[in-house]
Design a binder for this molecule. Sequence first.
Ligand code: OAD
Length: 237
Amino acid sequence: MDFDPTSSIVILTGAGISVESGLETFRDRNGLWAKVDHREVATPEGFAHNPVKVHDFYNKRRRQLRDTLPNAAHHALARLEGAWRGDFLLVTQNVDDLHESAGSRKLIHMHGELNSALCGACGLRGPWKTDMSTYSRCPHCETVGQMRPDIVWFSEMPYQMDRIYRALAKADLFVAIGTSGNVYPAAQFVEEASANGARTVEINLDVSDNTQMFNEVIRGPASKMVPDYVDRLLADA
Ligand code: OAD
């Protein structure tokens, strides 16, 4: 593959990387958005209209995480981070905790985290591993009834975009894994990296919406394709 081991890597992951750990995607035939209307559970308006339904949706997903383990793809990315001598940044759209469980540390959760809460009264963001309800109290300002899942909903601004764009601006390699290329701004990262001269690689099971933007496309399950790809990268490093 011929990659300078001190070059900069940015990796973007989506729901597809966690499928083989037992979690659902959003847009597949049996995905989450086929079962529940995203406007009801993933918008500020949906939360204002029916907070109980929204808490119920995320409480179930938060509980599911307790029995979910990272798979070989998550482990391979943690191995790559540990071995790579150049800059490395893993950006995930996933709200699960499987990357950190596998050992990834240079990690941004651009769409927030299931195990985190956001207080609508004081703006505190902090760890939250139990169920949340309309009776939950903010541990900082002590307001009751304003706690919400720390998830970036539709129409809201993803986290740490400045840091992500800075990394994309100097990336030599951009790899997108298990994402449909449907949701912006993440879907546009490939163009950003490409415009800055990066080589771009997609690893996905199905054809994504922006597959034509990538220099190289690897089709297949993440648990097989990601470890193979990391082996190739590290063999050259
Ligand atoms: P999607 O559900 O849109 O896409 C998942 C992709 O993973 C699809 O293209 C599948 O082909 C692929 N896939 C499925 N199984 C796979 C496997 N075993 N190995 C590799 N790829 C596989 O999920 P995202 O692109 O992550 O936002 O969705 C982006 C955002 O839309 C999510 O972060 C979420 C959602 O609305 C929020 O909730 C804020």
